[in-house]
Design a protein. Structure first.
Length: 404
């Protein structure tokens, strides 16, 4: 393990931080993977989000174990071991399956009717395990058909970034169906994660690739808007919830056995600086009627669960080392800005030169046309003069004298 190469060693690296929790998601993911072996294709998912075409779902679900262990750990921390749980945007049902195994009464809701037949094997598996499968077509995305204050726990994992316009239309319905004292879990990609910052520095977009979104079926179900940790906390508090825990962590790295080069360097930098990490997770509690939870900054309730990686971080990549890297990056950014300004000025000068060249060329063509017209007119005048009677007599006289 060096700064330029990192052996990931998954799932052992996850087991080091979550020894009690990891077997739970591993067993659930095994069940989901066994179910989707019967799926003919995932075209129904891909049409609305073309970026999913060719996706390795096994890899995705295994990486998601890093998200699942954290939910299990925080529920145990809060002393919740059972009750009614809603998995909003359940998708492949891996979270639903894990909590059903733990004895929760689970409802899984998603757009399953629209996803048919891609997730039909998942629906069958969930139903066979005693999980109630609900469809947005029946209960509404705003969950208007579900009773208020009905659930002890609501999961909203990897959903909020898919909501267009405003997250309020998602969060307020979830708050309505959650019991006072109930817990809400939500996670989302971190808008300001390090790879996104690097894209911006290169002048690239952090939104979904335009060719993917442009060609998607309506409604487009990719990421409409990702969030920062401050924004996630702000929305929870705007909802009136108490923020009991915040976590920032990486998870997609677990899909690679070894990280090389920039990936390895980025990994350590993200470990050293939590706000640069890949995912934001918040755990919030709906207050009792009349209670006013205190507002907090995310640092007040942040729990750093990346201890395995922190203990292996190369020397010099702590806060001081990272500050040096940031200073170097700032210098590179300034230099790049200078290069960009130079390129802009060169392009401007080239455009001006081309405009002058085009203007002179147009003037020359116009003068040539005027000259040709004058020559034509002069020839006509000369021909008319030659044809006058006096000139014709002079020419005849010269010919006669010449014969003598």
């Amino acid at each position: 393990m060096t700064g330029h190469e990192v052996s990931v060693d998954f799932p052992a690296c996850l087991a080091a931080d979550f020894p009690r929790e990891l077997p739970l998601p591993e067993r659930a993911v095994d069940q989901v993977l066994a179910a989707i072996e019967a799926a003919e294709s995932f075209k129904a998912l891909e049409d609305r989000s073309p970026g999913l075409r060719g996706n390795d779902w096994s890899n995705y679900l295994r990486c998601s174990e890093a998200r699942m262990v954290r939910v299990a750990k925080y529920l145990q921390q809060q002393g919740v071991s059972g009750g009614r749980l809603l998995d909003y945007g359940a998708y492949f049902g891996n979270f639903s399956t894990m909590f059903r195994d733990l004895g929760f009464e689970v409802d899984a809701v998603d757009d399953y009717q629209a996803y048919a037949p891609s997730l039909d094997p998942v629906i069958a598996m969930l139903g066979g395990r005693g999980i109630r499968v609900l469809d947005f077509a029946a209960v509404g995305r705003d969950l208007h058909s579900l009773p208020a204050a009905h659930y002890d726990v609501v999961l909203c994992m990897g959903v909020i970034e898919h909501v267009p316009h405003t997250a309020r239309v998602l969060l307020e319905p979830l708050n309505r169906i959650l019991k006072p004292g109930g817990l809400l879990f939500a996670d989302t990609p971190n808008l300001v994660q390090l790879p996104n910052r690097q894209k911006i520095a290169r002048g690239e977009s952090v939104a979904p690739p335009i060719d993917i979104q442009y060609r998607a079926e309506i409604p487009f179900e990719g990421h409409h808007r990702e969030y920062t940790v401050d924004e996630m906390v702000w929305m929870a508090q705007e909802l009136g919830h108490e923020v009991v825990a915040v976590d920032l962590y990486n998870y997609s790295v677990y899909g690679q056995p070894v990280l090389h080069g920039r990936d390895a360097t980025n990994h350590w930098r993200m470990i050293a600086n939590p706000p640069m990490r890949e995912l934001v997770m918040i755990v919030t509690r709906k207050p009792a009627p009349g209670a006013t939870p205190r507002r907090v900054d995310w640092q007040d309730v942040f729990q750093d669960t990346e201890q395995y990686w922190r203990s292996r971080m190369p020397a010099g990549l702590g806060a001081e080392g990272e500050s040096g890297i940031l200073a170097a990056e700032a210098l590179v950014s300034d230099l790049q800005a200078g290069v960009n300004e130079r390129d802009r000025m060169l392009q401007q000068l080239q455009a001006q030169h081309q405009a002058q060249h085009d203007s002179l060329t147009a003037q020359l063509v116009a003068r040539q046309a005027e000259s040709a017209e004058l020559m034509d007119r002069l020839g006509a005048v000369q021909f008319a003069y030659d044809m006058t009677p006096v000139e014709r007599l002079k020419r005849a006289a010269r010919r006669w004298l010449g014969r003598r």
